[in-house]
Write a protein that binds this ligand. Structure first.
Ligand code: DI6
Ligand code: FE
Length: 399
């Protein structure tokens, strides 16, 4: 078979099934931006290519996937650092004029070009570590125009860089000040105007919400999910981050792609997620940054075979993290995930959390040819080290 590019002499971390497998002396072949073969050189079919890349024993993994970010925002929350250091809580910071609403004010005032210019360096940091697919949420606009603007910029990120961008509408992130004391009315706006407009414009691939005592109630999230469903959009949910609201079970009832954070998830929630096939996306950056102590129930998730994804949650307030490798390290050190779980969490399971299973996230024929080629032999090195980037090369759609 004639291909465009063949990478030879590599160790392959296939992630072809949910159980990973390292192949020594492996080969990946690409044609028309897709993988046509990934596996051992010895068993490869007859292949020729215009370009042959000798990998000299380097490790190839699927391109990494950051399946939960809030990359597009304006403003700076570094002043909150000192408040947090001296013991202020998330709620106290918010009451003092910080928090999501301070980012909302800055974001509403920023132009599209300013927002794009602010988001690109964050995206570039992820790309530099081998990310080939990145999810981007809205949620710092909180009015129709600003939310649409954020989603348009998210799409533009994908036009400006060689990366697959998936957009998520997160209008139900926080209550904007003009709706103070009228959360149900704001949800009506989200449901009756924002979701229809966003869906009509094709600007969102999914709909998310923040189900929390400082966010929205399960009943309000249900209304958001009903509207998403009516417009054919899959849902996901920020759930059980600071308290147990049974948001994950609610998400599971709507066959959510993922429920995210999950520190306060209980056994019933785990069971509901397992039955629905909802991915558990863990966000250790936020856990670390907020110095939380309650860990997500990893053992229960494993026992119930709930797929676990890992992401940066890159946002200006609670997880100013643009390193997917550090998220993997934190997933292992703080939550006890294995190396295989960390890698599955940023490839195969992250793809599922975005509704992209079968398209990206593993090295298998028919998948988009997204590769991360690392200057390491053992996958454990990717998880073990901190603040070191061993990426040798990155391939997106075969290029
Ligand atoms: N959970 C979080 O941790 C972030 N959003 C959310 O729903 C907080 C975002 C912020 O503080 O700006
Ligand atoms: Fe988040």
């Amino acid at each position: 078979m004639q291909c465009e590019t063949i990478w030879t002499g590599a160790r392959l971390f296939l992630m072809a099934e949910s159980s990973p497998l390292v192949i020594e002396r492996g080969l990946v072949a690409a044609k028309n931006g897709q993988i046509v073969y990934a596996g051992s050189e010895a068993e490869a079919p007859d292949l020729s290519a215009t370009k042959v890349v000798e990998c000299e024993g380097r490790l190839i993994t699927p391109g990494l996937i950051d399946c939960h970010t809030h990359l597009v925002y304006a403003g700076d929350r570094s002043a909150e650092h000192e408040m947090r250091r001296t013991g202020a809580s998330y709620e106290e910071i918010s009451k003092a004029g910080g928090g999501i609403k301070s980012t909302m004010r800055a974001t509403r005032m920023a132009s599209e070009d300013e927002l794009l210019a602010g988001a690109l360096p964050r995206l570039d940091a992820l790309i530099a570590e081998g990310a080939t697919t990145v999810e981007v949420k809205s949620g710092y606009g909180l009015d129709l125009d600003s939310e649409m603007r954020i989603l348009r910029i998210a799409r533009r990120l994908g036009e400006n860089r060689p990366v697959t961008i998936r957009t998520t509408f997160l209008g139900a992130h926080a209550l904007p000040p003009e709706f103070a004391g009228r959360a149900d009315d704001y949800i009506s706006l989200v449901v009756e105007e924002m979701i229809p407009a966003v869906a009509e414009a094709g600007l969102a691939d999914a709909v998310d919400g923040f189900c929390e005592n400082v966010g929205f109630t399960p009943a309000q999230i249900e209304r958001v999910f009903d509207a998403a469903k009516a417009h054919g959009l899959p849902v996901k949910l920020h759930a059980e981050q600071l308290s147990n609201q049974n948001g994950s079970a609610l998400a599971a009832r709507y066959h959510a792609l993922s429920a995210d954070h999950l520190e306060h998830l209980d056994e019933a929630g785990v069971r509901a997620m397992a039955e629905a096939g909802t991915v558990a996306t863990l966000l250790p950056g936020a856990f670390y940054f907020m110095r939380e102590s309650q860990k997500p129930p990893v053992d229960l998730l494993r026992t119930a075979s709930v797929p676990i994804a890992l992401a940066t949650d890159c946002n200006p307030g609670t997880s100013p993290l643009t390193s997917i490798l550090l998220a993997m390290n934190m997933g292992s050190v703080l939550f006890g995930l294995t190396v295989e779980e960390c890698l599955a969490g940023t490839t195969f399971n992250a793809a599922r959390a975005l509704g992209l299973a079968g398209t990206v996230g593993s090295l298998a024929a028919g998948q988009q040819c997204d590769l991360a080629i690392w200057n390491v032999g053992d996958p454990a090195e990717l998880v073990h080290r901190m603040g070191f980037n061993p990426l040798h090369a990155r391939v997106w759609k075969g290029q």
